[in-house]
Every structure is written in structure tokens, then in C-alpha cells.
Design a protein around this ligand. Structure first.
Ligand code: HEM
Ligand SMILES: *[C@@H]1O[C@H](CO)[C@@H](O)[C@H](O)[C@H]1NC(C)=O
Length: 330
């Protein structure tokens, strides 16, 4: 067996005791990436991935907190109208101007990569593909897995702020999350594994203060599913809505499976993080991943590729922007 096959088989065995929910989770949604190709830029821009790689290394050394932000930026792109760089369009009324985008970061990194690519291979590499390559390299840079991407996405011409209201913000039910991921062609395994991205990066306290002081709209009430010591820490840390707090309190700067271990200790930062353990559809997967770092990293790579395949524009369905912030004028 090839290593990848054997790992996947391993995951399957691991999940056997948790049937049937786990088997349901393992059924993959069909992925439509017929025209995307690993070698898409081999002739037209052979230095594409090298340029992205060196820019990510540069920005990571300038500010390592940008790497998690780039991973999240890809999620927010793919979550609305698919992976079409609609999040990057900087027009009034666009996704980027929505409340959901208020804490997104890393736009300057994409602009820097694009500027370099326009010098080396003008009008060739789409902003959507840059986001996909940047998220992969940023993940690898912080100790995550590496995977091969397929390329050939085109950039969309439409971006509507209101459409970002569908993106989960941490206060949803697991059913809501499952339905939302299904709408992207992603299944329950993808949901659990991609939530593991919260093993790195930060949240603003504004996203979770209601869990500390005003749970279910009752003043003074806190979410009983938070570990008391962690609750104490969060109450001290999160006086201001604009303070940053690590998503993984134990190993914030390391891409590992400690995020899932935290859930076992009632130390999930977002309400939706903690609910993944409590829900019967996702809990068994969380439990399996707690003890299997290799399986997590292997499946994270697979699920990221699934995410990057979401409703991709191909051929004449879109364009290659020359500036990621604006639709082409010609
Ligand atoms: C499952 C549903 C998800 C919910 C409810 C959710 C929610 C959130 C929230 C509320 C934040 C903090 C925002 C703030 O600063 O206020 C955040 C940060 C983050 N999210 Fe998610 N997220 C989800 C899925 C994902 C996925 C699929 C990925 C990537 C594969 C991801 C990657 C990240 C990263 C890396 C950060 C930290 C960003 C930074 O440090 O700048 N999230 N998420
Ligand atoms: C508490 O929660 C309720 C319901 O979500 C909300 O209407 C109210 O504004 C919140 N109060 C504070 C002080 O945030």
C-alpha cells in the first residue's frame, strides 16, 4: 500500500468503533476539478510556486501572525461564491467591507505576491490560485502538512457584502455548520478536520465575550461548557473586545492536534469549537483525532484540497485579474 492509502485505511480502522456516523462522514462529496491541473502554470509561469514560497517565507519572518491569517483568508474566500478571490475585491458593498471580514488580515501579502507575478508572468496567475498557494505555504511554514495543489482557477467579477452573512462566526449549532459545509461540497469529516485550523492563530475577544458575561442573553451568565480555570483566564484577558486571544491556548504557535485535546479539557475558545466534541455526529471524530496527530495532518491536507475545489470558476467563467483588488477594466 502507498503511504497515503495506508494512512487513510488507518483512519478508517480507527473510526470503526464509531460507526455508523463516522462512515457517513467518510463518504466524500464529488469534487469537480476536471480542468484544474498540478502543472497548470508549468509553461506559462514556471516560477509561480517558488515566488509564492519565498514571499511567504519573507512575510512570515516579518510577522509570523500573518501565516494563520492567510489560511483563514482562503476559507473566507471559498466560503462565498467559491474560491474565486471575491474576498479580495476592494469595492464599496463587497465582501471585504462586511462585518465578517473586519478581522481578516494578510491582504498585503497577496498584493505583494501578485505584484511580483505581474513582473515575471503578466496577466497569467489568478488571484484565486495565489490565495490557494499562499494558504498551503503558510500552513507548512507554521509546522503544518504540505500538499500538492491543482491550479487553473479564474477570478470572479462579483463580490457582495451581504453574502458573507452565511459564514459561521462561532455562535452556530453543529447542524448549521454541517449544512453550511455541505453547501460547499464539504462533509462532516472536512468540518471537524478543517476546524483543526484553530490550532493556530487568534481571535478578537469580541467574538467570545458573550460566552463570559452574557451567555444566552442572560447578563452575568457564562457558558457552563468552559473549564473554570480557562474561564478565569479568559475573563482577565478579554476585558476589551479588540484584544487578541489565542485559539489554541496550549500550543498557539504550533500546528498540531492539541486543538482537539483542548476540547477534551473544555478549553475550546469558540462555542462552535467546544460543540464539536459534544455533538454525536462530530464528537467521535474529535476523539479519534485527539490520539492521532499523523492522521489529522494527513486528512487536513486532503480537506484543504477539498476546500480549495469549492465552486471553482474555469475558462471563460472568470478572468485573471491584474490587480487582486479590482476587476479588470478591459
Ligand atoms: C467551522 C466553522 C468556523 C467558524 C465558526 C470559525 C470562526 C472563527 C472565528 C470567530 C475566528 C476569530 C475571528 C476574530 O478575530 O474575531 C476564526 C479565526 C481563524 N479561523 Fe476559523 N472558523 C471556522 C472554520 C475555519 C476554517 C475551515 C479555517 C481554515 C481551514 C479556519 C481558520 C481560521 C484561522 C487560521 C483563524 C485565526 C486567524 C488569525 O489568526 O488571523 N476557520 N475563525
Ligand atoms: C446580551 O445578549 C443579548 C441577546 O443576545 C443582547 O441583546 C444584549 O445586547 C447583550 N448584552 C450585552 C451587554 O452585550
Amino acid at each position: 500500500m502507498k503511504p497515503s492509502t495506508s494512512l487513510f485505511f488507518h483512519l478508517f480502522l480507527l473510526l470503526l468503533p464509531h460507526l455508523p456516523s463516522a462512515v457517513h462522514a467518510l463518504k466524500k462529496a464529488p469534487v469537480d476539478d476536471d480542468d484544474l491541473d498540478m502543472h497548470y502554470y508549468a509553461r506559462t509561469c514556471p516560477s509561480f510556486e517558488a515566488i509564492v514560497g519565498s514571499k511567504i517565507a519573507h512575510w512570515h519572518s516579518v510577522d509570523p501572525t500573518l501565516s494563520p491569517s492567510l489560511l483563514r483568508l482562503l476559507f473566507h474566500d471559498c466560503a462565498v461564491r467559491g474560491c474565486d478571490a471575491s474576498i479580495l475585491l476592494n469595492n464599496p458593498g463587497g465582501e471585504r467591507k462586511s462585518p465578517a471580514a473586519a478581522t481578516l488580515r494578510g491582504f498585503q501579502v497577496i498584493d505583494d505576491i501578485k505584484a511580483e507575478l505581474e513582473k515575471k508572468c503578466p496577466k497569467t496567475v489568478s488571484c484565486a490560485d495565489i490565495l490557494v498557494a499562499a494558504a498551503r505555504d503558510a500552513t507548512y511554514k507554521i509546522g503544518g502538512p504540505y500538499w500538492e495543489n491543482v491550479y487553473g482557477r479564474k477570478d470572479g467579477r462579483v463580490s457582495i457584502a451581504r453574502e458573507t452573512e452565511a459564514i459561521p462566526r462561532g455562535r452556530e449549532s453543529i447542524t448549521d455548520l454541517i449544512v453550511f459545509f455541505e453547501s460547499l461540497g464539504l462533509d462532516i469529516l472536512d468540518l471537524v478536520v478543517l476546524s483543526g485550523a484553530h490550532t493556530i492563530g487568534r481571535s478578537t475577544c469580541g467574538a467570545i465575550q458573550y460566552r463570559l458575561y452574557n451567555y444566552t442573553g442572560v447578563p452575568g451568565k457564562c457558558d457552563p461548557s468552559i473549564n473554570p480555570k480557562y474561564l478565569n483566564y479568559l475573563k482577565r484577558k478579554c476585558r476589551s473586545a479588540y484584544t487578541y486571544v489565542d485559539l489554541d491556548a496550549a500550543t498557539p504557535a504550533k500546528f498540531d492536534n492539541v486543538y482537539f485535546k483542548n476540547l477534551k479539557s473544555k478549553m475550546g475558545l469558540l462555542e462552535t469549537d467546544q460543540l464539536l466534541l459534544a455533538d454525536s455526529r462530530t464528537g467521535p471524530l474529535v476523539s479519534a483525532l485527539v490520539s492521532q496527530r499523523n492522521v489529522f495532518e494527513h486528512q487536513f491536507a486532503k480537506s484543504m484540497k477539498n476546500l480549495a475545489d469549492t465552486m471553482v470558476l474555469e475558462g471563460h467563467e472568470g478572468e485573471v485579474r491584474t490587480n487582486c483588488n479590482f476587476v479588470n477594466k478591459y
